[in-house]
Design a protein around this ligand. Sequence first.
Ligand code: GDP
Length: 446
Amino acid sequence: MVLAQLGGSISRALQQMSNATIIDEKVLNECLNEITRALLQADVQFKLVRDMTTNIKKIVNLDDLAAGHNKRRIIQQAVFNELCKILDPGKPCFTPKKGKPSVVMFVGLQGSGKTTTCTKYAYYHQKKGWKPALVCADTFRAGAFDQLKQNATKAKIPFYGSYTESDPVKIAVDGVETFKKENCDLIIVDTSGRHKQEAALFEEMRQVAEATKPDLVIFVMDSSIGQAAFDQAQAFKQSVAVGAVIVTKMDGHAKGGGALSAVAATKSPVIFIGTGEHMDEFEVFDVKPFVSRLLGMGDWSGFMDKIQEVVPMDQQPELLQKLSEGHFTLRIMYEQFQNILKMGPIGQVFSMLPGFSAELMPKGREKESQAKIKRYMTMMDSMTNEELDSSNPKLMTDSRIMRIARGSGRQVHEVMEMMEEYKRLTKIWSKMKGLKIPKKGQMSAL
Ligand code: GDP
């Protein structure tokens, strides 16, 4: 996902600013120019970027900040908040309730991934105990019904459509009624797309919406449309009451910044992102953890949720206490590796842990990373308790390293590589010292 590059560029700009001895107007402007460049390159709309930097300058009035104020932290926090503001329209969208029938209508251009996303959305909710159903009201694209039928059958989700009826409004209404009678609580209506925005498409959308009275209209957008995102999203919003956005193909080479523009254009939140062609390549989208991860700050709330899932209850307070005290020993690293191997899918978990993501586990190379972790653990199995419990890397003399290599049947350079990894993580986790670890569901921004 190229958005990760955007995050990297912004983090670097913030880091460079942090390296400056004094933070004055010039340093702040340089930092903001870098951030502007990164956002524009990621296809975020120019006006949004300009407004964002103006706001940051307003918040961070260097002259007014008394000496002693941590200017770096204030600037970082302002960047974090402004990015969140772009992505968070400030009002939540309608959330379907289990057991109560809701109609959700999907709209978007042809090829945006609408039909695929309808099934992913249904499948996601089915796994959580909903009773979803799919209605194919796309009579424009030949094969649309077959595609939906195939997807629905694979996911064992009831579907409705017609090979002979050409009126999308009639199909939509019949489908919704059928499934209401069958007590389905999430009735998903897939509508026609077109290659480009045109009056006929919008008119059809309006009629389907009027007839089915959806509780929520979801606009599906391909993340690769770049700068066109704002106008496209706005055009859909003007025709039907778009309440939420799903951005697809975030796994590809798309720059992804269009997602930020789509939120601004529709004033609706992104609720999910599509990260692949498969049914389960679909992720809930949460603004703060997303921006936090984007800026390489780690996703504390996701991490906490995972900790609660896999670390036994009685060990949780102890681990968190140790981390907040800044004791990052090899034993903690070992235990975290154990947890990570248990947690799977490894990629998702890694990206939530501060420092564990990009370097130790590059995306797309999960298998290699898993093998690397297991190798590290074998080497740690040959360590003494003193070595595992010390937070002093100097303890690891050459003779100890040679002994560990011999004991685990690995090469000396591999033990040294593991120690480098440990030092790198120690540095990152030492920043957590004194940090108030948030409770489950809470988020610590910086
Ligand atoms: P529609 O015309 O908008 O209904 O689009 P489709 O659902 O037919 O999807 C168009 C193409 O995009 C298909 O080949 C899908 O497999 C693919 N697609 C949909 N969502 C994603 C995604 O999140 N990632 C990737 N890589 N491909 C996707």
